[in-house]
Write a protein that binds this ligand. Structure first.
Ligand code: PMP
Length: 403
């Protein structure tokens, strides 16, 4: 017989021999995260590791809306949406999000993770889900919860998706599910091809817009709007913890599907609803996001500035086109050293190790906000260059450009 805690002892032993100076996780922050700088261990650091892309989590209008909701409705609904957990505020956010996303209905869920898990309610043993290998963990879990067949195609490889669609026999339903913008690579899915293949093979399409709704598209409706294929996408999911400066998620689509999901998805039915302050914060953020499009333009501008600066000195930032800028950083140990030197130099970024990192190499994931100044970006490039050269990630002189 084995003890279920046995693995924890093995983990403790492994953790004990790690050098705490290069351990990047659970670093506690002693200040608000206003999208640009934070205080850690008494030092000011540039925050380049948050997903608050539009810098709304500390916007005074968002804080004020949350504070008013807190005073009016209290800290918690203490119950499921289905029972006592639906406030007029939730319904207001749902109708506003449905309008914003151009969908007939939407349901607000307590976290983005649970929103993705809600997809499981639409699946059964006979369903086949075709999924990008870089999809977020919550979408992987949703397919497992749905007990469906999981056919994972190589990242953004449309020939592979086509092959899987052509060769997978099934009498049940078919679904293609993808992140809109990928959380680790900052690249976007080939949605025009996906919707075409979906039509040819009678599959529904669900897009998780966690990292693109609020950023991409003329009105910020995400990848589907960016490519002009909104009508061919059946369901849009987004989180409220990134561009919306709050917490929670939204599941949007045809009214009958949304009504089904809110009555059947276990991650919705059996969980307490999103707290009032977070609902109000997301509502205020949505209004700002719609009325201040310059915020998303700025987020792309700083991302381009960073991408150009890092590529110019020889870093590989992959195919990033969003404010998520991944820097290839070699082995786990090399990446942790890179991280710790940046941290010591005053830059807070994230170390992403395999298997979470996209192509088998660890990455330093830099994420930017519309509130970063040009000076912040210059500092990030400067420190990455100095550390990158010292550790041998990039040559000591910039590569020659023939452009
Ligand atoms: N989808 C994607 C693509 C994500 O990156 C994340 C979180 N990082 C989620 C869903 C889950 O959202 P949340 O953290 O808001 O629960």
């Amino acid at each position: 017989m084995t003890d279920i805690f046995g693995r924890c002892r093995a983990w403790s032993a492994y953790r004990a021999q790690l050098d705490p100076a290069i351990y990047p996780y659970f670093r506690s922050i002693a200040s608000r995260q206003d999208g640009t700088e934070v205080e850690v261990d008494g030092r000011r650091l540039i925050m380049a590791g948050s997903n608050d892309y539009l810098g709304l989590s500390c916007d005074p209008r968002v804080i004020d809306a949350a504070a008013r909701a807190l005073a009016r409705f209290g800290t918690s609904c203490s119950g499921s949406r289905l029972l006592n957990g639906t406030l007029t505020l939730h319904e207001e956010l749902e109708s506003e999000m449905a309008r914003f996303l151009g969908r007939s209905a939407a349901v607000v869920v307590t976290t983005g993770f649970q929103t993705n898990l809600a997809v499981a309610a639409l699946l059964d043993r006979d369903s086949v889900v075709f999924a990008d290998r870089h999809n977020h963990a919550s979408l992987v879990d949703a397919v497992q919860l749905g007990a469906s067949k999981h056919r994972r195609y190589r990242h953004n490889d449309m020939a592979h998706l086509r092959h899987l669609l052509e060769t997978t026999e099934s009498a049940g339903s078919r679904l293609i599910i993808t992140d809109g913008a990928f959380s680790m690579g900052g690249d976007i899915c080939d949605l025009p091809q996906i919707v075409k293949l979906a039509q040819m093979h009678s599959a529904r399409v669900v897009v998780d817009g966690a990292h693109d709704v609020g950023l991409l598209g003329e009105r910020g409706r995400g990848v589907a709007e960016h490519f002009g294929v909104e009508e061919q996408v059946d369901l849009v999911i987004t989180t409220l913890s990134k561009c919306f400066g709050s917490l929670g998620g939204v599941f949007a689509g045809p009214a009958e599907v949304i009504d089904y999901a809110r009555h059947h998805a276990r991650s919705i039915v059996f969980a307490a609803s999103l707290p009032p302050a977070n609902v109000a914060a997301a509502l205020a953020a949505l209004r700002i996001l719609e009325s201040e499009p310059e915020r998303r333009r700025r987020a792309f501008q700083v991302a381009e500035q960073l991408n150009n600066g890092l590529r110019a000195v020889g870093f590989n930032t992959g195919d990033s086109v969003t404010p998520v800028v991944p820097v290839r950083a070699g082995s786990k140990l090399e990446c942790l050293r890179f991280w710790s030197e940046l941290f010591a130099a005053g830059i807070f970024v994230n170390a992403v190790l395999p298997p979470a990192a996209p192509e088998g190499t660890a990455v330093i994931r830099i994420t930017l906000s519309a509130l970063h100044t040009d000076q912040h970006i210059d500092r990030i490039i400067e420190e990455c260059t100095a550390v990158g050269r010292r550790l041998g990630f990039i040559p000591s002189t910039p590569p020659i450009s023939f452009e």
